[in-house]
Design a protein around this ligand. Structure first.
Ligand SMILES: [Zn+2]
Length: 338
């Protein structure tokens, strides 16, 4: 089969790879219905995160179970499944506490930008839809595999409550779906920080009530200004840079919460500053598995349409162009069809 392999900065190849096989009795093989490129794939693609060797890429996936190992009980061939970028047993103490992305047996699932994928710990990891979905639902189901689950976690970690004022730092797919999540959780006012017109439109469609184009200290001042000097109850940090993290911590109200889901690159926090900010900080790799059953139901009943973040669809063979389009910000997120 042919799949995406990253060789170094800007060097993404679509090339022949060994097709995956069942290795452990708890594995399943998935035939991909759709996959996509993640904002976090761009860190190594831009050379901002070193890779030791040519690396098969992609960790967002949904598709039909092709084969299962002898120990797999809850999923069977022919079922349509969605799962997170971390495989988890869903039975250990961390899983039972709702932190499947810290599972004692967790395994990163990579190499999904390909027609076939091996998923470990299939019983704990894969969640099946009620039936094989119609084609128009696939983008929204695929979005649950990472970006929607991560946006939801950002809002959950930021303790978004009905009637709350929320700010969202970052207008990538996760930030945009953080807006949608905050809206569903009942936020009354949602301030999106974005300077791109195309993304602002989608932000408003998902529920943003205000747009702030300023960044850094100016962005913080603008948000304070809009909230009578108080600051939002909840801030979702969906970027992972020093500037975005500080923007979140400096703008939230005393006693408020920051949910951070941008993978940190060079972020350092000051103890003094945290001490006097009276801020609740919670974040990390989203426990997407915890939210999948509920989010699948919301998509299945057509109450939400997170697949709107895909503004470019390409055949898998054009995966290199998918990376370029996102790197150059011509696309928010690219969906790939094998
Ligand atoms: Zn576990």
């Amino acid at each position: 089969m042919r799949g995406a392999v990253l060789y170094g900065a800007g060097d993404l190849r679509f090339e022949e790879r060994d097709a995956p096989t069942i290795i452990k009795p708890t594995d399943a093989l998935i035939r991909m219905a759709a996959t996509c490129v993640c904002g976090s794939d761009l860190w190594p693609y831009r050379g901002l995160q070193a890779i030791a060797e040519p690396t098969p890429m992609g960790h967002e996936y949904c598709g039909v179970v092709e084969e299962v190992g002898s120990a797999v009980r809850t999923v069977k061939p022919g079922q349509f499944v969605i799962a997170s970028f971390f495989a988890s047993d869903n039975t250990c103490p961390h899983c039972r506490a709702g932190y499947q992305s810290s599972c004692q047996q967790r395994e990163f699932v990579g190499g999904a930008q390909a027609p076939m994928l091996r998923v470990p710990l299939a019983d704990g990891t894969l969640v099946a839809t009620p039936e094989v979905p119609s084609d128009d639902l696939i983008p929204s189901l695929l979005a649950l595999s990472d970006v929607m689950g991560t946006g939801w976690f950002a809002a959950d970690a930021a303790n978004v409550k009905p009637g709350a004022t929320v700010a969202v730092v970052g207008d990538g797919a996760v930030g945009l779906l953080g807006i949608l999540s905050a809206k569903i959780m009942g936020a009354e006012r949602i301030i999106a920080m974005s300077r791109h017109e195309h993304r602002q439109r989608l932000a408003r469609e998902f529920g943003a009530t205000d747009i702030v184009i300023e960044r850094g200290d100016e962005g913080v001042a603008r948000i304070k200004d809009m909230t009578d000097g108080v600051g939002p109850d909840s801030v979702l940090e969906c970027v992972g840079t020093q500037e975005s993290m500080q923007q979140a911590i400096h703008s939230v109200r005393p006693g408020g919460s920051v949910g951070y889901v941008g993978v940190p690159h060079g972020v350092e926090l000051s103890g003094q500053e945290l001490f006097y900010a009276h801020v609740h900080l919670h974040g990390g790799p989203a426990p997407v598995r915890r939210y999948l059953p509920d989010l699948i139901k919301q998509v299945w009943e057509r109450r939400i349409n997170p697949g709107r973040v895909f503004d470019l669809t390409l055949p898998l063979a054009q995966v290199a162009e998918a990376y370029r389009a996102m790197d150059e910000r011509r696309a928010i997120k690219t969906l790939l069809r094998p």
